[in-house]
Design a protein around this ligand. Structure first.
Ligand SMILES: [Zn+2]
Length: 183
């Protein structure tokens, strides 16, 4: 039994500016580890990394993203392809351990016509699902409460994602207050 997920805070993303300067996924890919917390990056390997989606369909909605700016799967080198999808596998395991979903949606939208929000940079969505999750997240009148919820989610998921090989952010990193307001 499937239902569309009601995620009203996504309207801020849908109507908001997409990319101001360059590609946000490239920016995250090259950030110092100290920036992982504000970027919501969970783990970064040589060719791919995992970050929380800041406009989530459900709590714990993550993306697995190649570090190189490519739009299509066929543009990945063999090493990038192998690492990206091995990281999808590891991320599914870490996510199950962290939030114990009833199911997961794993998917890629290739091209704007297919629904990709940031079509020029390939990304794999992994969305935890719970039975009856159309009502899983309450309607939030003020979307600005979300950044704190995202930070809490990041800290919680880090406990599981620490077990995946790669670079990790430090949950004790100071998060500048202005970062929270623009997450
Ligand atoms: Zn990019």
């Amino acid at each position: 039994m499937t239902h569309p997920i009601w995620a009203p805070w996504r309207i801020e993303y849908i109507v908001g500016p997409k990319i101001k300067d360059g590609c946000i996924f490239c920016a995250y890919a090259n950030r110092e580890c100290q920036g992982f917390r504000s970027d919501l990056t969970l783990v970064r390997q040589e060719h791919a990394y995992v970050a929380l989606n800041r406009y989530p369909f459900t709590a714990g909605h993550i993306m697995v993203i190649p570090r190189r700016h490519v739009a299509g799967i066929e543009e990945l080198s063999e090493a990038e392809y192998q690492e990206l999808f091995a990281l999808v596998r590891s991320a599914c395991g870490a996510l199950r351990a962290a939030v114990r979903p009833d199911g997961l949606n794993v998917g890629i939208n290739l091209g704007e016509a297919a629904g990709a929000g940031i079509a020029p940079h390939l990304h794999v969505h992994v969305v935890p699902r719970w039975a009856g999750d159309t009502n899983f997240m309450p309607v939030l009148a003020d979307v600005r409460v979300m950044p704190q919820a995202l930070d809490d989610t990041w800290k919680h998921l880090m406990k599981s994602f620490q077990n995946i090989d790669g670079e990790h952010g430090d949950p004790n990193t100071e998060l500048p207050s202005e970062t929270l307001s623009i997450l």
